[in-house]
Structure formats: structure tokens, C-alpha cells
Design a protein around this ligand. Structure first.
Ligand code: ZN
Length: 433
């Protein structure tokens, strides 16, 4: 399949906030013949047609019904649209010592150090007063606008010996000299609207550094937000190319994974449950058909994994450690923060093997607690057999992360194969074709 690191970098560079991520995914789906069906509409869906729906402008579910028969089930892949950053506060004009700063607070568990001394900007959405009511506008300042400057080593001699960053004092970005810098003025100018019509906003700091392909053999790709836009983008490509006449293919990208998913559009909402139910009812079946379909359905939760660190291999498990460009990672955790079990691993591994895509297995070191992800959270609403996978990367939750160039294609191919596989799960037997 045609899928390169350059394509991924372009997608991420054009998606500075989760609002832009979903907008761009929707655009790509529209171009591929998918029809938008809004949650406020009647869900009249038909076989051989493809649809997508969004919630809050930050989560999306697309589905390709194909020419399925009565005994269909769902092939689902889920990733997330958000990444750790800093959110601009509602009242954001901080003025002290002749500087205007933006007042921000942390979103998700980021590494703080990489945010210093690099050009930043803001992106997200702005809510404007209109004649009819409220208008929601995507917003991105496409120029270097902000900086969080380090304290010089001469003033903080402890800077290189472990420094505890304070979000309220250390992480506030500078916007202007003097008291003239206000985000409302910038919004009004950029969107060409009256300042009085700006009612509210959801804006996040963005790293202005573009993605890069590097290394002696161009084997690495670095960018902001590889977690989890690498999975969001590659799974979309797999979804667009996969064809299935037995199962309904479903593509999901959820917001708010970095803050626990407990929002109306997160993986811990009813979004997926609602849409699957509405597909079944829309095809003129009853609710029992939904449960029948779910019992034979399979979900892939796609979120990146930690590659062995070049300077700190000791943080990885001695046996279940993973490397960039060595294929799709299958993630295990005995406490089930990852949903993978022997059965779901075997099923996914077999699909990859048939498509000649290499796989590797990951667990955290037994004395390290890793992060959670979407799969087990979503499973509390839509309970089905599922596997947690991802691609190996370095510096997770930095604002500039690193992954392997070859893995992009591996993930696209693996998920294309998954979406093209007819899966029938019958308790003690799984049929694949
Ligand atoms: Zn993630």
C-alpha cells in the first residue's frame, strides 16, 4: 500500500489540535466516498455504503457496511486524537515584569523539559456569537507566537541535577513585551471578527517544529504527537483499503485518552455503543442482533508502545522489549491495563503473519507501572474480544517524539489485512478467512 513517513508528517503538521485531527480525518473519509451522518439525524443506513459521524468535533467513528449478510459482526480499530499539551485558560492574560504571558494549565502527563526554548503557537477552536446563535470555528495561528524560556544555568545551578517543574510558575509561555499581548486580540485579528463576539475557546499550545525523517539510513521519523496520530493515521489507511463482505468495518478515533477518557466523546462514553446500536437498528434488525454481532466481533486498540531506549535499556523488560522498525507491537499486561490475552494475541498475530507483517510483544518491566489506554476503557461499554497494539517509539509524551519509518507501512498493512479478514468467534473456536 502507498503509505510513507512523509504522508504521516504532512497529516500531523496539518493537524495542530485534536479539532484539526478530526476535521482532516473527516475530509479524507469524504474524499474516499464516505457520507457524513450526524447524530442528530435519523440513522438510515444501507448496505454497500460508507458513513462517518463525529462527536464534539474531536472524536470520529466511520463504518463501511459492505454487502454483509445477516450474520455479520464488527471489525473495529480504535486510536486517540488527543496528545499531552497545555490548555489556554479562559482568562489568560498574565502580565508581570513587563511581559505579557498566556495563563495555561497542563493537559495530560507530558514531559515538561522539551517544551522550553522552542517556538510555540496555539490551535483549537473558538466559539463566536452569530446572528443565529453560536458559531464554532477551527483556530490555528500559523506562525511562531510563543516561547517558554529556560532560566539560565547561572541563575539556576540545579538545572542539570534534576529539576521539579512547577506548572503554575515555570510553564507559562511569553506572548509579548509589555502589557499589550492578549489572545483575544490575536483571535480577532486572525479570524477577522469583532473581539466582543468571541465568547469562549478551547485552545492548546502547539509545537511549531515540523516533522523530520533522519538517521544514517533515514530510519527514524520524529514529530509532535506520534502518540497517537501515528496509529490514528495508519489505521485510517488500513481501513480505507480493507474490504470485507462478512464483517462491518469500523474505524474510531477518540478524544481525551490522555486525561482518562471520561468525557461525552471519550472511549469511556457511550459513543461507540450508540453508533453500533444505531447501525444495527438502521439496518432494520432488533437489539438482539447487536449482542449477537458483538459476541463475534473483534477490536484492535491501537496506541504506541515504548521502544528500548538507546541510553537506558534498563527500563525495558529483558525479554518482552520492542524495537523501532521491527513491526507491530502486541502489548500485554497481567492486570489487564491492556486487553490482550493469549486468544486475542493469537488471532491478531495470525492475521499479521498471513499478511507478512512482523510482530513483537511488549510488557512493562514487572516493577514498572506502564500507562493505560483505550481498549480496556472502551470494553466497559462495548465488551468484546480485543487486543492492544501499537508501534515502538521513543520519548513518549515529549512534544517531539521519535518512531521508526518502516513501522508506518507495517501498521497500515496489518490493519488492512485485519479489515479484510472475516472473523467468526464461537467461544472455543475462531474462524478466519
Ligand atoms: Zn497514546
Amino acid at each position: 500500500m502507498k503509505l510513507s513517513a512523509k504522508d504521516l508528517i504532512k497529516f500531523i503538521d496539518e493537524s495542530p489540535s485534536c479539532y484539526h485531527v478530526i476535521n482532516n480525518l473527516a475530509e479524507e473519509l469524504r474524499n474516499a466516498g464516505f457520507v457524513e451522518i450526524k447524530e442528530v439525524q435519523d440513522f438510515k443506513v444501507e448496505r454497500n455504503k460508507k458513513y462517518f459521524t463525529t462527536r464534539n468535533g474531536t472524536s470520529i467513528i466511520a463504518f463501511d457496511i459492505g454487502n454483509v449478510k445477516d450474520d455479520f459482526s464488527f471489525n473495529i480499530v480504535a486510536s486517540h486524537s488527543d496528545s499531552p499539551s497545555f490548555k489556554v485558560k479562559p482568562s489568560s492574560a498574565l502580565v508581570n515584569q513587563s511581559y505579557s504571558k498566556l495563563s495555561v494549565e497542563g493537559y495530560g502527563g507530558m514531559l515538561c523539559a522539551p517544551w522550553f526554548d522552542r517556538p510555540l503557537s496555539v490551535a483549537g477552536r473558538v466559539i463566536l456569537r452569530s446572528k443565529e446563535g453560536l458559531d464554532i470555528k477551527l483556530f490555528n495561528v500559523d506562525r511562531d507566537l510563543l516561547m517558554i524560556p529556560n532560566v539560565a544555568i547561572h541563575m539556576n545551578r540545579q538545572a542539570n541535577s534534576g529539576y521539579a517543574y512547577n506548572f503554575a510558575t515555570d510553564m507559562q509561555p511569553v506572548l509579548a513585551l509589555g502589557s499589550e499581548g492578549k489572545i483575544e486580540d490575536i483571535i480577532a485579528k486572525e479570524l477577522k471578527v469583532n473581539k466582543e463576539d468571541i465568547i469562549s475557546h478551547d485552545l492548546f499550545l502547539t509545537n511549531r517544529q515540523k516533522g523530520s525523517i533522519w538517521g544514517a539510513n533515514n530510519e527514524f521519523v520524529s514529530s509532535s504527537k506520534l502518540d497517537d496520530l501515528e496509529c490514528a493515521y495508519t489505521s485510517l489507511q488500513g481501513f480505507l483499503e480493507g474490504k470485507n463482505s462478512d464483517n462491518i468495518n469500523v474505524y474510531c478515533c477518540f478524544d481525551n485518552e490522555e486525561v482518562g477518557s471520561t468525557t461525552r466523546q471519550g472511549a469511556n462514553s457511550t459513543f461507540l455503543e450508540d453508533i453500533l446500536k444505531r447501525i444495527v437498528l438502521g439496518l432494520n434488525y432488533n437489539e438482539d442482533k447487536l449482542y449477537k454481532a458483538l459476541s463475534s466481533s473483534f477490536m484492535v486498540s491501537a496506541d504506541n508502545a515504548h521502544a528500548v531506549h538507546p541510553n537506558h535499556p534498563e527500563y525495558s523488560d529483558a525479554l518482552n522489549s520492542v524495537y523501532m522498525n521491527k513491526g507491530v507491537v502486541i502489548k500485554f499486561n497481567a492486570a489487564q491495563s491492556y486487553t490482550t490475552d493469549g486468544l486475542s494475541c493469537a488471532l491478531f498475530k495470525e492475521i499479521c503473519a498471513r499478511a507478512n507483517v512482523p510482530t513483537q510483544t511488549f510488557t512493562n518491566r514487572a516493577d514498572l507501572r506502564g500507562g493505560g489506554t483505550l481498549g480496556n476503557i472502551s470494553s466497559t461499554h462495548v465488551s468484546l474480544l480485543s487486543v492492544d497494539i501499537g508501534l515502538a517509539q521513543l520519548a513518549m509524551h515529549s512534544c517531539y517524539e521519535t518512531a521508526g519509518v518502516d513501522d508506518i507501512k507495517y501498521m497500515g498493512e496489518a490493519l488492512k489485512a485485519f479489515y479484510s479478514t472475516s472473523i467468526r468467534i464461537d467461544n472455543d473456536k475462531i474462524l478466519l478467512k
